[in-house]
Ligand binder design. Structure first.
Ligand code: ATP
Ligand code: MG
Length: 335
């Protein structure tokens, strides 16, 4: 028999069902999940607890949670090899988050840029959950003793806080948590909005032309790229101040594997019209197979729910060990 004694390192990552995931989520996070899943002990969650930090319509949230789950399978994650679950099905996340809240300072949370951004976009609902979002995220990661967390660049600050909280807790109580490292891809870690290329592409953007949803059909993808903001230079080159073009070049590079220099050569002497059509087609080529699988999975929601149930059971079992340890360390009475 093969010697399997060598322990694999662990990865965990989450995505909110706050909308259909975008091309940004795919290139910045999901694509890496799929390529890393094999080499690691991996767990992936649909982070519905996180998504209620902004107001959600209950029926829509339920639908989007199942769709997100189906998409995780459609990008190639295998429920037999990775633990794939819905966050609210596992009780330990909210429990550990409470404990960690008491080891997190108000001041450090106040510096989080996502909180600042989201409290502006949702000025009528700046709730405490939105404020302590990074603490729940720390709990998600630390419960599974993750070595690496594949994320987009926007979540780097939250990952650093998770490390700070873990180090602080370990400093008081001994080694309870593994200190996680971010895994941020070299390219596509920050895909920008097609309409405001200085802002990141986001699935909860009110302007649907700003993002490509992973389920957009061909015509929609072409239309959105045609409308994408560029500049007046009409030259495909990667340079400071050309945020719109830089973003399109990055997307094209991620989807085709071509380097930025190769892309500049390919479109030398051509206008933005041709370039945008090529970018749109490269995105269609990447998303179409995922969409086909998604449509198949959605025909069998019983299978999806069965996978989610098994995933939740496994996640509960593994995370409970860490939670029990933390509860014991802080001095909660044991029976
Ligand atoms: P929301 O607007 O609801 O926060 P989101 O698009 O930011 O949605 P999340 O569920 O918060 O999506 O993030 C899921 C993963 O996608 C995270 O790892 C995050 O870093 C990554 N990600 C989000 N937006 C981008 C982007 N524009 N480019 C690259 N990665 C991204
Ligand atoms: Mg986000």
């Amino acid at each position: 028999m093969e010697n399997t004694a060598e322990k694999k390192q662990k990865i965990l990552s989450c995505i909110q069902p706050s909308g259909i995931p975008t091309l940004g989520n795919y290139l910045g996070a999901l694509k890496n999940w799929a390529s890393m899943a094999d080499g690691y002990d991996s767990a992936f969650a649909v982070a519905d607890l996180h998504s209620i930090t902004v107001r959600q319509e209950p029926a829509k949230l339920r639908k989007q949670t199942l769709e997100m789950y189906a998409l995780l399978l459609s990008i190639g994650l295998n429920p037999e090899e990775s633990i794939i679950f819905v966050q609210s099905h596992v009780t330990t996340h909210a429990q550990l988050a409470w404990i960690l809240n008491c080891y997190t300072q108000f001041g450090e949370m106040s510096r989080m840029t996502q909180f600042k951004d989201k409290s502006q976009t949702h000025a009528d609902n700046v709730n405490v959950g939105l404020f302590s979002y990074p603490v729940l995220m720390a709990a998600d990661i630390l419960l599974y003793q993750a070595d690496y967390v594949p994320i987009g660049a926007d979540q780097k600050q939250h990952l650093e806080i998770a490390r700070d909280i873990a180090n602080r807790f370990n400093g008081i109580y001994g080694n309870v948590f593994t200190i996680p490292e971010p895994y941020i891809g070299k390219q596509g870690a920050r895909v920008m909005s097609l309409q405001e290329p200085t802002k990141k592409m986001s699935k909860s953007d009110a302007n649907v032309n700003g993002f490509i949803s992973m389920l957009d059909d061909k015509d929609t993808i072409v239309r959105k790229f045609k409308k994408a903001v560029t500049d007046s230079e009409a030259k495909v080159r990667y340079a400071e101040g050309k945020d719109g073009v830089n973003n399109l070049m990055t997307i094209y590079s991620c989807c085709t594997g071509k380097t930025l220099e190769e892309i500049e050569k390919e479109f030398d002497g051509k206008g933005y019209g041709d370039f945008k059509m090529a970018v749109a087609q490269s995105v269609i080529d990447v998303l179409e197979p995922v969409q086909n699988k998604f449509n198949d999975y959605m025909k069998n929601t019983d299978y999806l729910k069965d996978c989610a149930k098994k995933g939740a059971e496994m996640a509960q079992r593994i995370s409970q060990r860490t939670l029990d340890k933390a509860m014991k360390k802080v001095g909660f009475m044991q029976l």
